[in-house]
Design a protein around this ligand. Sequence first.
Ligand code: XIL
Length: 382
Amino acid sequence: MHKSTSLLVGLFFLFVTFLSCEGGSPETAATQPETTTPTTLKAKLKDQFYLGAAVGKAQIEQGSPATTELIKREFNTLTPENDMKWENIHPERDGYNFVTSDRYVDLAESSDMHVVGHALVWHSQLAPYVTEITDSSELATHITEHITTIVERYKGRIHAWDVVNEAFNEDGTLRASHFYNVMGEDYLAHAFRAAAAADPAAKLIYNDYNMWKPAKREGVVRVIKKMIDAGVKVDGIGMQAHWSLNGPELTDVENSIKAYSDLGVDVMFTELDVTVLPNPWDLEGADVNQDFSIYEGDEKMDAYRAGLPDSVQQQLAERYTDIFALFKRYQDKVSRVTFWGVHDGHSWLNGWPIAGRTNHPLLFDRELKRKPAYDALMMEIK
Ligand code: XIL
């Protein structure tokens, strides 16, 4: 090689070495353009869909700097786990409480996240006074006031709203909630119209669980289609995705992705977690009622108090890999995947449906470390 050429080559390598040292930690490297291999799942999936987590009051109030760091490093969208629900944000007829919801939006904005609001109209965690409003036009007016006040406050700052949550029964009929009992089916369109008027740019979502069930799917498609045909703005269908190691069958999930996206809306997986513990309704002959306290302290129902054995870590890794492979196949229809919690220590599944258990449903363990399921997703998802 000519001497001046070799000098140039040498300088070039020196320059490249300088550039590759620039990024510092692997975390920073993940945010650098194309040339680097992603080191976080959110970086790996950044061109497919948002990756998020639900945050509870403790995380919002930034009690633990390590958790805040993990949230900012691993996710690009957040959902408030409880603090925008009616009983918390609008506990009295004339009284709102925005302390924690304001801090939630600040936290998400401090990392430029896609910010989700959850949930404007829901029969659960409802302020008790609402059930005293039994006149349909009075309830309609009050729903409008509730939605307008909250959505306008965060106009342009909350990018997507779960407008109505859990309006359907498993057989696809509408749930006999207080809203339905007083206003009939119209309450859904009414709520979406109020949200669209308050922030025309926000994405408006219908959100529910067991959205893979064929009968429920048919009911949701029928009602949401009717609303869209009537000119009501609905932008997305949220499938909650509180799943287990064995169910649901992913073909059912796939069929729902197709059916919902055929409505011309985005599909989101809004509350993903995978329980590793048995639930009472999985047990043959178990009586399905809401009081499962008889199982509290039952070791069979809480087998992994000391930690998750390798064999189950592996099953969880395989289940998450299958789930994300499906999401990726439908990346043109799926716009967001949000985990219901940041790490296992904070998952609601430690307390529901049986109190006081030790569950392991997420990608980060109680020490905030990546679990084998996270590594499997990094390896397997192309
Ligand atoms: C759960 C929260 O995670 C718990 O902290 C709370 O006690 C009950 O609600 N579907 C939803 C979520 O839409 O709002 C629920 O969140 C879980 C089921």
